[in-house]
Design a protein around this ligand. Structure first.
Ligand code: FAD
Length: 251
């Protein structure tokens, strides 16, 4: 095993969750961003339609919450829906500040003035889909990877696979069990290195790739959920799996 690497934050995964967290955390300390293929390879990179958010003056948080609860068919936790809906517009603004270029349109009747072009998708009663043509995810990855690469406090480790979490219990340290890092395999060097950090964030995405027919890329194998479970974390809602209708096939 290689010598240990020490950071303030260890982020595993370079989709929207990992990159966004890394950029925030880097305001306070050093960040190691570990990702198992190239930085852009993620579900995020393949998302097309866009992000639902209350932007139009004709829309409201109440309408977005209601639409989401109806689509959720009684399975949503309203408190969580409300948080996601109400924080949406601020996150969209942050993404724009980070350099993301969403598609705009000319404001009707006001030549030369532009606003976000809002799409309308299934289940939404208002136009609220912010998008970058039909390649929203690719634009998100481009902007966030670019910002992370330029950040002096973020070190990106591509082709590095986190294989297991390091916990105080595994190290034989007494007291409550805490995660203090991860063992990471470098695919190029063929060596495992211990990355240690007081904060470890698993942003490894879902596990759609365990199914034969999926629109998810090869990276989506649920590694983070498995690592967390082995380390003693509670896991939940694993029965929820999105299958995009475009890959439904029946002979
Ligand atoms: C075809 C498609 C279309 C979609 N369209 C939309 C849409 O229009 N709107 C919408 O809101 N959502 C859409 N989604 C869903 C959306 O893309 C995901 O919910 C979101 O991108 C998940 O982001 P994430 O950061 O959690 O995970 P991901 O983007 O999947 O990132 C996971 C990261 O973890 C890394 N990783 C995994 N395991 C390890 C490991 N062991 N060690 C190191 N790194 C690891 C991966 O390489 C990757 O970088 C779509 C998804 C797909 C596949």
């Amino acid at each position: 095993m290689n010598p240990q690497r020490q950071f303030d934050h260890l982020v595993i995964g370079s989709g929207i969750a990992g990159l966004f967290y890394a950029l925030r955390a880097a305001e306070q300390g050093s960040v190691a961003l570990v990702t198992k293929k190239g930085s852009a390879e993620s579900n995020t990179n393949y998302a097309q339609g866009g992000i639902a958010s209350v932007i139009s003056p004709e829309d409201s948080f109440e309408l977005h919450v209601r639409d989401t609860l109806v689509a959720g068919a009684g399975l949503c936790r309203e408190e969580a829906v409300r948080t996601v809906v109400e924080e949406g517009p601020a996150r969209i603004r942050e993404l724009i500040e980070l350099g993301l270029r969403f598609t705009e349109r000319e404001v009707p009747g006001q030549p030369g003035r532009h606003e976000l072009d809002l799409g309308r998708e299934g289940g939404h009663s208002k136009r609220r889909i912010v998008h970058a043509k039909d390649m929203t995810g690719r634009e998100i990855e481009r902007a966030l990877v670019d910002a992370a690469e330029r950040h002096p406090r973020i070190a990106i480790f591509e082709n590095h696979i986190a294989v297991d979490l390091i916990t105080t219990q595994k190290l034989g340290v007494s007291g409550p069990n805490r995660c203090v890092g991860a063992y990471v395999l470098s695919k190029v060097a063929g060596e495992v290195t211990a990355f240690s950090a007081p904060t470890v964030v698993l942003a490894t995405g879902g596990c759609g790739k365990v199914y034969l027919y999926t629109t998810n890329p090869d990276i989506a194998t649920g590694d983070g959920v498995a690592m967390a479970y082995r380390a003693g974390a509670a896991v939940a809602n694993l029965e929820f799996m999105q299958f995009h209708p475009t890959c439904l096939y029946h002979p």
